[in-house]
Design a protein. Structure first.
Length: 378
């Protein structure tokens, strides 16, 4: 029997309403109960980016963008490789991994190429996705892409976003005195960015000519994890997550400088790295924190910073709240201007990176499109 192959994109998942927060957090923590205070704080954060008691006209950002990324990948594969179905599954909310795998079985799928949409490999993220998938996929032939931190098109996608923002940020920082930071409140920000729109926290800015503006540092971030989860043990080597995140950042910084130089635009001269969104349980978490790094920059007399998360491929609460609201407020209190490049979201280069992953992972078994055994897009 010729196997029928399809693609499965895996993401974290997010609740659709505020009332689902308790059940959602239970899945995130593996059933460990959360205090009423923690639940209320998370509801506050999600409400600040648009989640309500009733479902909205469109899904929350993480769900909406992940579905869009799947559709874009399916269309691109049909044009450049061979038509095949792309499924979307979430570890912590609907559509759950187990439910999607059952649908794949019902559709006749026998071979699965699974790609985790977190580019860097961590036991607390990618490892949990793998375990959830493998427990549901017994009998299926599964290929799991657990890391792609140096994928060339991914690096270029992040670098393109940074290169679009950096000259404008430098010009804006030069045009405003310290203390004239973004005065909009959280309620002034659109909760959901329209599909295909920009998602930086700053409005359109003038383009700086080469040599003009203040040279701002670039602060790259990735989600923090508990230190104990990445440390080497008697049975396992140290988790590669932190090194992979820093490697992604270094490659993006170099590529952005190359893109800006080609346009005779000012390129960043200093890059920093911090881990964001630390939790409160499980002992020490990876640092330095963004708050510590912003404080250090302010003490050096910096006027601003361009902050780019390189561990996320779309808008969600750690971007739209943690960066655009919480870190922006911290920066404002320190008389720093904070600029964020748009998230990748529907970036054609992100789609190209996923296509390249599929080609490389399936190359030995890709059929002649004229006699394709892959499941067509329907």
């Amino acid at each position: 029997m010729i196997p029928k192959t399809a693609i499965l994109l895996l993401a974290h998942g997010t609740p659709n309403t505020l009332g689902e927060m308790t059940d959602y957090l239970s899945k995130v923590t593996g059933g460990r109960p959360m205090s009423a205070e923690v639940i209320a704080e998370l509801q506050h954060r999600y409400a600040a980016i648009g989640l309500r008691d009733e479902p909205g006209p469109e899904p929350p950002p993480l769900t909406r963008w992940t579905l869009a990324q799947g559709s874009l990948l399916e269309a691109a594969l049909s044009k450049s490789v061979t038509p095949m179905r792309v499924y979307i599954a979430m570890r912590n909310w609907q559509p759950f991994i187990g439910d999607v795998v059952e649908q794949m079985r019902a559709d006749g799928i026998t071979r699965v190429l699974a790609i985790c949409l977190a580019p860097q490999n961590s036991r607390t993220s990618t490892g949990l996705y793998r375990r959830a998938l493998m427990s549901a996929a017994e009998g299926l032939d599964v290929t799991f892409v657990d890391a792609w931190p140096e994928e060339p098109a991914l690096i270029e996608a992040f670098a393109q976003r940074l290169a679009e923002t950096y000259p404008r940020a430098c010009a804006e920082a030069a045009a405003n005195k310290p203390g004239d930071n973004d005065e909009r409140t959280a309620t002034d920000r659109a909760p959901f960015i329209p599909l295909g729109g920009m998602s930086g926290i700053e409005p359109p800015l003038p383009v700086a000519a080469a040599g003009q503006g203040i040279a701002l540092p670039v602060l790259f971030t990735a989600h923090s994890v508990p230190e104990r989860t990445v440390a080497a043990t008697a049975d396992q080597a140290a988790d590669p997550y932190a090194d992979q995140a820093r490697r992604t950042a270094a490659l993006v910084f170099a590529k952005a400088a190359e893109l800006l130089a080609a346009k005779n635009q000012p390129a960043p001269q200093q890059s920093l790295f911090a881990f964001q969104s630390q939790g409160v349980a499980g002992g020490p978490w990876l640092g330095p924190t963004v708050e510590e790094t912003l404080t250090a920059l302010a003490s050096e007399g910096r006027h601003g910073v361009v902050l780019q998360p390189i561990g996320f491929v779309c808008d969600h609460v750690e971007v739209l709240y943690d960066i655009d609201i919480a870190f922006a407020e911290t920066a404002r209190s320190l008389n720093l201007r904070l600029f964020r490049p748009a998230s990748l979201n529907d970036s054609p280069l992100l789609t190209a990176a996923l296509v390249d992953l599929v080609k490389r992972s399936l190359r030995p078994t890709l059929p002649d499109p004229r006699t394709s055994n892959l499941v067509p897009c329907t």
